[in-house]
Ligand binder design. Structure first.
Ligand SMILES: Cc1ncc(COP(=O)(O)O)c(C=O)c1O
Length: 371
């Protein structure tokens, strides 16, 4: 499958051209407010002196790196600010391939941009399928590791399945990476959207074989700001070359990342309490409840989301193909993603993003369509 041309655009275009109103459940763009302090930080920045409008350090604003390092309990030298988790994943994967091996191991269903990136990097990829319950078994990953495996990329809480991996799985994944001298790349962009209480960051296990990527895109509802980060092994320790390589790659590609966006995120990090994140989780819990109740009514199978804000569903006699995505848009007025965009394991499913105030309307429309 060609992952280099994301199917996402095709679905969006089809939905925009539809002859009727369509509830957009395609993309992962939050529809809720950012923290108040984010807006305040941005306003204050507009009045700062022109010096502040020039290049920040390529690795990112020092105060922001410090704030992240303190919160994540790591040395500041391990933190690089990136243009979102997207770039952090790119640096992590490219550097892992430069270090050793020619293959990246992914989980099926997969966040399609990982697969597109592997293809863009001219590397090989292999997929580890998840279990019936959507969970990843570290033993399956171990069984598929080979001498050529450069890295394993995992995402918890997970897009598209909505599962959260528990501490045992994360710890085992790190030891699998260590045993095969590969890197574990843990994308934790949905870490603030864990409803299960089981979320464990890969940072919990100290290891030179682990890279953690993250951003403020989802946690602060600012996908357009492009502020993310990666935590690499310490540049002075084992696998320290990865950080050196990532710094150069980031500098040669981007020069640096947006300074106003970093300043606003810094202000928001300092001034925002846990209630902001809690309130968004509560809202999403309600949406999950509404949507899955409608899925039950439609006779669908689905994975009960315990993290992130996506639901994958399988409807009786209605496969998750692009043709059926188009039918759902035209006949039900709901736009989701075809399961085939996420690999083979759930290619007959659909994925719906719960990032619209119209979740209830979408749920009613789906229930009526499948009645
Ligand atoms: C698993 C995963 N990783 C990374 C990203 C990209 O995030 P960012 O905006 O931080 O680049 C997304 C966005 O949907 C995602 O779902």
């Amino acid at each position: 499958m060609d992952y280099k041309r994301p199917q996402f655009f095709r679905v969006m275009q089809y939905a925009q051209r539809a002859d009727r109103d369509v509830v957009d459940m395609v993309s992962g763009n939050p529809d809720w407010e950012p923290p108040q302090a984010l807006r305040e930080g941005l306003r204050a920045y507009a009045d700062s002196n022109p010096e502040q409008f020039q290049y920040p350090a390529s690795v990112g604003l020092r105060e922001l790196r410090e704030e992240i390092a303190t919160r994540r309990g790591v040395d500041i030298e391990r933190v690089i600010i990136t243009n979102g988790t997207g770039e952090a994943n790119h640096l992590a994967m490219a550097e892992s391939l430069d270090r050793k091996g020619s293959e990246i191991l992914l989980v099926d269903p997969v966040y399609p941009y990982y697969a597109g990136r592997v293809q863009m990097l001219d590397a090989e990829m292999d997929f580890v399928p998840v279990g019936e319950d959507g969970q990843l078994d570290a033993a399956d990953v171990r069984a598929q590791m080979g001498d050529d495996t450069a890295a394993v990329v995992v995402n918890s809480p997970n897009n598209p399945l909505g599962v959260t991996y528990d501490a045992d799985t994360i710890h085992e994944l790190v030891s699998v990476a260590e045993a095969h001298d590969a890197m574990l790349i843990s994308d934790e962009v949905y870490d603030h959207f864990d409803y299960s209480g089981r979320f464990e960051s890969a940072l919990a296990v100290d290891s030179p074989n682990r890279i953690v990527t993250n951003s403020f895109s989802k946690s602060m509802a600012i996908t357009g700001f492009r502020v993310g980060y990666a935590v690499f092994p310490h540049p002075d320790g084992p696998n320290g070359d990865l950080m050196d390589g990532a710094r150069s790659r980031h500098m040669l590609t981007n020069v640096t990342s947006s300074r106003p966006a970093q300043a606003a995120v810094l202000n928001a990090l300092r001034e925002t309490g846990p209630e902001y994140y809690e309130q968004n989780r509560d809202m999403l819990r309600d949406r999950i409840e509404t949507f899955t109740t409608a899925l039950d009514a439609a006779g669908a199978a689905y994975t009960e989301p315990e993290g992130a804000f996506y639901v994958m569903a399988q409807f009786p006699d209605f496969d998750g193909t692009m043709a059926n995505v188009e039918r759902l848009i035209d006949e039900a007025g709901v736009a989701g993603m075809p399961g085939e965009a996420f690999g083979e394991a759930r290619s007959d499913w659909f994925r719906f993003a719960l990032v619209t105030p119209e979740v209830e309307e979408a749920a009613d429309r789906l229930a009526a369509f499948f009645e």
